[in-house]
Design a protein around this ligand. Structure first.
Ligand code: ZN
Length: 217
């Protein structure tokens, strides 16, 4: 059986780009002039690199609407300069109003983190997820179904990522300055296409555990 993706080539992507440009200009001759004038996205999306979870398509939004950072298994750690730089730029320059960490059921990164097979360099990246498992081991092991167990880890990883976003000096200083900013954890289902809000949102330092609160500048 051949997959649709088997027909995607380097050349076909460039052709696809030309078709897309023609369609946009047919709808609005000023489309690219308007986008080129600047970006004011109200949201930062931190999601998984998985090709099936593109932020714009699954939220029915357009170019210009969402600032995006993606990595394998939507991990947020305090030593990752890439995610911290995206966060800082989003909060302090773009002034986004919402930050979402969105995991997805069936995440290969989370599944790999729950196993012991070596995959490569990524094993070290996924250690962050093993740490979450270790901290919640008895709750996870109480779930018998292996898919449900992985799903629970996907949710915990998204929640952990959102809490790591909240506990950065970047977000806490923004809150202290009265900036309107909410942080959320979501999970996307590949099987239904639906996003679930995991209900751990925070809009101020009051919403987070005391241990993470900083004396702000
Ligand atoms: Zn994933």
């Amino acid at each position: 059986m051949s997959l649709r993706q088997d027909n995607i080539t380097y050349e076909s992507l460039l052709e696809g780009n030309k078709e897309w440009v023609a369609e946009r200009l047919a709808e609005n001759p000023n489309y690219f002039d308007e986008l080129a004038a600047g970006q004011h996205p109200p949201m930062l999306w931190i999601g998984c690199s998985d090709s099936r979870v593109p932020a714009n398509q699954i939220t029915n939004t357009l170019p210009g609407d969402i600032f995006v950072h993606r990595n394998i298994a939507n991990v947020v750690t305090h030593t990752d300069m890439s995610v911290l730089s995206v966060l800082d730029y989003s909060v302090n320059v773009l002034k986004v109003k919402h930050i979402v960490v969105c995991g997805h059921y069936g995440c290969g990164g989370v599944t790999a983190a729950l196993g012991s097979k070596q995959v490569g360099l990524i094993d070290n990246w996924l250690r962050n997820i093993k740490d979450i498992y270790h901290a919640n081991e008895s709750d996870i092991l109480a779930i018998e179904d292996p898919i449900e167990r992985t799903n629970k880890m996907v949710e915990l990883n998204a929640i952990h990522g959102a809490k790591n976003v909240m506990s950065t000096s970047i977000v806490q200083n923004a809150w202290a300055q009265g900036q309107k900013l909410s942080v959320h954890a979501w999970v996307y289902s590949l099987k239904t296409g639906l996003i679930t809000d995991l209900k751990v949102s925070a809009s101020s330092a009051e919403d987070m555990p005391a241990v993470f609160k900083m004396d702000v500048k």
